[in-house]
Design a protein around this ligand. Structure first.
Ligand code: BES
Ligand code: MN
Ligand code: ZN
Length: 487
C-alpha cells in the first residue's frame, strides 16, 4: 500500500475517507488544509453527537465532498507517539470496513507540536501495519480495499515529508514481511524455506546459505545437536550489507534465533504450549525484515546477519537429555533439557559472529517462557554486557514502540548452570529462567559488546492488538532499523 503526502493539487476521490483529529482540551478538530466550507456543518454535527475528543471515540460525517471521520485523541498530557499509531490504526481499520479507496490523515499542527518526524513516521507506518492480513490460505477473503494513505501536513517541512512517508511505507512493509514469515506454517517455513526467504526478501544484500556439511565442518555442535532430531537439514544463513559511504561505521552483527518449529525435542512440550511454536523463528524474521530495508534506508553502518535455522524435533536420532555437546567454542554442554534448544544454537552463532570482531552484536530470540512470565506479552527483556549499547537500544525502543525493559545479569545465578560432567548445563531452574538463559549466552560472546533481546512475549500475539492482527507481530524490525539509523 502506498503511503504518501497529500498535496493540495490532488483532489481526494469521493471514495476517500478524510480523518481529522481532536484532543479533549480542544473545542474543534484541527482542520489542517481541509477546505473551509465544511467547518460549520461538521462543528454542528460534533455538537449534536456530543463529541469531546475522547480517546478511541469518533464520529463519521457524510458531506457532499466525501466522508469525514473525526477521531478523538484523548488528553494532550497523556499523548505520545504510540497514541498516534493507535489513532491512525483505528482510522485505517475503519476505512477498510467502509471500503474506502483512499485514506487522508490530517494531523494538522498536532504532529508538529512535539516530535514531527517521528510522529509522521508513526502515523504512516501504523496505517499499513494495521491493515496487514495473513490471508494466503483464506481463499474467500476479499482483497484489502485501501490503495493509498496520505498524510496531509503543512508544507513547513517540504521534501522531508515525502521522504518520511516513503520511509514509513518501506518500514511497515518489512515488518509485514517478517509477520508473514512467522505466520507461515512450520511445514512450509522449514530451515531451507527460511534460507530461501532470506535471499529473496533482501535486495541489495549479500546472502550466503551454508548447508549441514558446512555446519559440521565448523564444529557447531550446538546447532548439530538440536538439528539431529529432524529429517530436515539445518541451514546457516549469513547476510551482509555494506553502505556506499567511504568510512562506514560498524560492523554491527544481528543474530536471530531461527528454530522453525520447537516441539521441545524429547523433553516434549505439552500440546497447548506447542501450538504456536512455528513462531520460534521470530528473531530470524526480525533480522531478515531489517535487512530488507537497508538498501533503501541506507544507514551508514556495515551490518552482518547470522541465523542458524533448524527444527527442534524428537526424531529417532534426536539428541537426548544427558548428552554432552561440544560447541564451536570448545565449551561443553550437558543437555538436561532438550527444550532449552535456542541457547544451544545461539551459542555457536554468537561465537562465530564474535570471531569477526564486530563493534557490537545484538541477538533477538524467542528464548524463554520465563521472560513472558516476567514482562508479559508486550515487552521484551533486554540483557547485555555493554551499557552504551543497552542505552542506545532503549532509546530506539522509546521511538519505535517496540517495548524493551532492561533486565539484570546477576552473575551469582551462574551457579544454576553448573554441571557435574561438563562446563555447563543448558537449563537452569524455574526461577530466573530468562536471566540464566542470558548468562548462558554471555559465555559465548567474549569481549564483544553484546545485547540479547528475549522476545518470547511480544513476537507473537494471540489477541488482536491496536496495529497488529493475531499472529506474528514483526517485533524488532522497527527497533533494529531505528538503532542502525542512529549509531
Ligand atoms: N521457544 C521456547 C520459549 C518460548 C516459550 C517462546 C513461550 C515463546 C513462548 C524455548 O525454546 C523454550 O522452550 N524454553 C524453555 C526453557 C527451559 C526448558 C529452561 C522454557 O521457557 O520453558
Ligand atoms: Mn524450546
Ligand atoms: Zn525454542
Amino acid at each position: 500500500m502506498k503511503i504518501g503526502i497529500w498535496s493540495a493539487k490532488v483532489a481526494p476521490k469521493s471514495e476517500a475517507l478524510i480523518c481529522l483529529f481532536q484532543f479533549e482540551e480542544d473545542k474543534s478538530p484541527a482542520w489542517g488544509l481541509l477546505a473551509d466550507r465544511f467547518h460549520g456543518e461538521i462543528q454542528k454535527i460534533l455538537g449534536l453527537e456530543q463529541f469531546k475528543g475522547k480517546e478511541g471515540k469518533s464520529v463519521l460525517i457524510h458531506t457532499g465532498g466525501g466522508r469525514i471521520l473525526v477521531a478523538g485523541l484523548g488528553k494532550r498530557s497523556a499523548f505520545d507517539l504510540e497514541k498516534w499509531r493507535q489513532a491512525a490504526a483505528r482510522a485505517a481499520r475503519r476505512s477498510r470496513e467502509m471500503k474506502a479507496k483512499e485514506l487522508l490523515l490530517i494531523p494538522a499542527d498536532h504532529a508538529v507540536l512535539a516530535d514531527t518526524e517521528n510522529a509522521l513516521l508513526a502515523l504512516g507506518e501504523a496505517v499499513s501495519l494495521a491493515l496487514y492480513r495473513y490471508d494466503r490460505y483464506l481463499k474467500d477473503e476479499e482483497a484489502s480495499e485501501l490503495a493509498a494513505a496520505y498524510l496531509v501536513t503543512s508544507h513547513r517541512l517540504g521534501r522531508r515529508e515525502a521522504e518520511l512517508a516513503s520511509k514509513a511505507q518501506v518500514l511497515a512493509e518489512a515488518v509485514n514481511a517478517a509477520r508473514t514469515l512467522i505466520n507461515e506454517p512450520a511445514s512450509t517455513m522449514t530451515p531451507e524455506d527460511l534460507a530461501r526467504a532470506a535471499q529473496s526478501l533482501t535486495p541489495g544484500v549479500e546472502v550466503m546459505v551454508h548447508d549441514e556439511k558446512w555446519i559440521q565442518r565448523m564444529k557447531m555442535g550446538g546447532v548439530m545437536g538440536v538439528a539431529r532430531g529432524s529429517h530436515r537439514p539445518p541451514r546457516f544463513i549469513e547476510l551482509r550489507y555494506k553502505p556506499r559511504t567511504k568510512s562506514p561505521k560498524g560492523p554491527i552483527a544481528l543474530i536471530g534465533k531461527g528454530i522453525t518449529f520447537d516441539s521441545g525435542g524429547l523433553s516434549l512440550k505439552p500440546a497447548k504450549s506447542m501450538e504456536t511454536m512455528k513462531s520460534d523463528m521470530s528473531g530470524a524474521a526480525a533480522v531478515i525484515g531489517t535487512f530488507r530495508v537497508l538498501k533503501e534506508l541506507k544507514p551508514e553502518v556495515e551490518v552482518r546477519g547470522y541465523i542458524a535455522a533448524t527444527e527442534n524435533m524428537p526424531g529417532g536420532n534426536a539428541y537426548k537429555p544427558g548428552d554432552v555437546l561440544v560447541t564451536m567454542s570448545g565449551k561443553t554442554i550437558e543437555v538436561n533439557n532438550t527444550d532449552a534448544e535456542g541457547r544451544l544454537t545461539l551459542a555457536d552463532v554468537l561465537y562465530h559472529a564474535a570471531q569477526a570482531k564486530p563493534k557490537a552484536m545484538i541477538d533477538l530470540a524467542t528464548l524463554t517462557g520465563a521472560c513472558v512470565v516476567a514482562l508479559g506479552e508486550r515487552i521484551a527483556g533486554l540483557f547485555g554486557n555493554d551499557e552504551k549499547l543497552i542505552q542506545g537500544l532503549s532509546a530506539s525502543s522509546n521511538r519505535t514502540g517496540d517495548k524493551l525493559w532492561a533486565m539484570p545479569m546477576e552473575d551469582d545465578y551462574k551457579d544454576l548452570l553448573k554441571s557435574d560432567i561438563a562446563d555447563m548445563k543448558n537449563a537452569g531452574e524455574r526461577y530466573a529462567g530468562s536471566i540464566t538463559a542470558a548468562l548462558f549466552l554471555k559465555e559465548f560472546v567474549g569481549s564483544v559488546p553484546w545485547a540479547h533481546i528475549d522476545i518470547a512475549g511480544p513476537a507473537f500475539t494471540e489477541k488482536e492488538l491496536p496495529y497488529c492482527p493475531k499472529g506474528g507481530t514483526g517485533f524488532g524490525v522497527r527497533l533494529l532499523v531505528d538503532y542502525l539509523l542512529h549509531v
